[in-house]
Design a protein around this ligand. Sequence first.
Ligand code: ZN
Length: 306
Amino acid sequence: MKKAVYYGPKDVRVEKVEEPEPQAGQAKVKVKYCGLCGSDLHEYLHGPFPISPFGHEVCGEIVELGPEVEGFQVGDRVNAFQKDGYAEYMVAPQERLLKLPDSVSWERAAMLEPLAGAAYAIERGGVKSDDTVLIAGAGPVGLLVLLGVKLLGVETVYITDISESRRRIAKELGASAVFNPAELKIPPKMKELTGGQGVDVAIEAVGIEATLKDCLASTRYRGTVIIQGIFTEKVPVHMLGFVTREMTMIGTNSINSALALDWIENKGIEPEKIVTSIIPLDQISANGFEALAADKEKNIKILIEP
Ligand SMILES: [Zn+2]
């Protein structure tokens, strides 16, 4: 079978390898889609990324069961929160599988893992329906948080991004207003829009200094800043405002797949709307990683179809 093998930065090769055999407690999955995650892009560009395994946003169909697997059958449609999903087949331990209802399309199913990250962040951050929310960054993380807070009933959600097309999609997905931080200072704008108070909750969805500072400076007295962006560099931050405004800062890096599945199955959330292309495995470097790194206007979420 074909598999994308990671050799190092900018060196991912699609090779012919043996199909994996399911061991005790494992299922073999024929991969339908594997979503290209920001953590995988980081690994492709800069080197191994310890937090998230390479190729983990997988959906597909069980084709074989190892011994001692309970509750799953050959033919089940599943999500697999497991590495090595950039391949025609993968094996995953049963505790990392989630059975999908037939009603859920493969495209929507492929978005379950990143959506589950957004669900977790919103829950951990304690976002309430009457909060005014700022999301800094309209990449996959920010846009999925936007869908989640809208579903929660939040009426006022502002979102920022330097990319025009990402701002446009944010607007289409229900953002109250979108702003370009390259053209406008975000904190005074947020104060202006909230009667001088600042937003109740700001969500950092990029992982860089500018968006973190915007979040900290845009949030009200005793407000909350949720950090979901992956920071790969140190950022100098002045903490005086944080202290004097008695703010709360929350880091978030897990998933709530049960909540995301409920959103997908019962609440009609449409995370597949941020998918900008579906490409074959052979093109994973050129039209996957390289395209995503080079053109953030055109590409938001890319799915690999092995
Ligand atoms: Zn991911």
